[in-house]
Design a protein around this ligand. Structure first.
Ligand code: SAH
Length: 257
């Protein structure tokens, strides 16, 4: 097994990609995670199943989002000492003062993207731009739901860490880029959806330019002294902004470091 944590059972995250659920499936009960083979005391799979049940209880309805949250092994994206907390609904440090977002926030943002992003007949999002790769967790969740994911990180060490995290997963449709996400990533444009894990004062023009007509941006933005989740929808008529609940993300910074 290509992991330094041999205590865990074989991963259930498929090497390929599970098909996305058809659009607008009614909220179905979340199937329980696969039973642990043996010695389940430290087995994180039941914990991941409980996390998904909690996400559903807290209002995440999209079955494909719940399935993706259940499939991606969050414990592989955090340092060994934090593995026991990997399925708690909490942000955790990933180094360089950055954090992996709370599962409930990832699920909420991804669900918003699924609701408003451009989707194919199979229900999958098209190409998605993920700003702020961090440890790569959200990029991999998105990889379950989109045809292609371009994930950009400005900090070289985190970009490398995400590379190392993704390597054993052998995911073909998630592309990691070192660069300043404030400029988007023009090579992958136009995007069916853009999602940011770092908050700025404004949505950069580049993101709106690189968003396809009919696409959606989900991002934290400065709002009355704090930060709020903002949804930007692009239509032929222009762009509309919707301000949602308060959130607490790391700042969006410019330049590569
Ligand atoms: N989605 C990540 C969350 C990482 S925290 C995960 O699943 O782990 C947000 C990340 O955004 C940080 O790693 C930070 O370095 C990065 N970031 C901030 N400004 C950025 C920018 N302009 N371009 C790219 N990444 C940026």
């Amino acid at each position: 097994m290509a992991t330094q944590r041999p205590g865990f059972p074989a991963r259930i995250f498929p090497a390929g990609n599970a098909p996305a659920a058809p659009a607008r499936r009614p909220a179905a009960p979340v199937p329980p995670a696969a039973p642990a083979p043996t010695g389940a005391a430290r087995d994180p799979i039941p914990a991941r199943g409980r996390m998904v049940q909690q996400l559903a209880a807290d209002g995440i309805q999209d079955a494909a989002v719940l399935r993706a949250m259940g499939a991606v092994e969050r414990h592989r994206f955090v340092d060994g000492a934090l593995v026991p907390q990997a399925y708690e609904d909490t942000a955790l440090p990933i180094g360089l003062g950055q954090t992996i977002s709370k599962p409930s926030v990832v699920a909420r943002m991804v669900e918003l993207l699924m609701q408003g992003g451009l989707r194919g007949e199979d229900g999958r999002l098209g190409r998605v731009l993920d700003i702020g790769t961090g440890c790569g967790y959200q990029a991999v969740v998105l990889g379950q739901l989109a045809t292609e994911v371009y994930s950009i990180e400005r900090l070289r060490d985190l970009h490398e860490k995400a590379r190392a995290n993704l390597r054993p997963l052998r995911i073909a449709n998630v592309h990691l880029i070192l660069g300043d996400g404030m400029a988007g990533f023009a090579k992958g444009a136009p995007y069916a959806g853009i999602i940011a894990a770092a908050g700025g004062e404004l949505v950069p023009d580049a993101w709106i330019d690189q968003l396809a007509v009919g696409g959606r941006i989900v991002a934290p933005l400065a709002s009355s002294g704090g930060q709020a989740l903002v949804v930007v929808d692009k239509s032929r008529q222009g762009v509309s902004h919707t301000v949602l609940e308060a959130v607490n993300f790391v700042p969006l910074k410019s330049g590569v470091a």
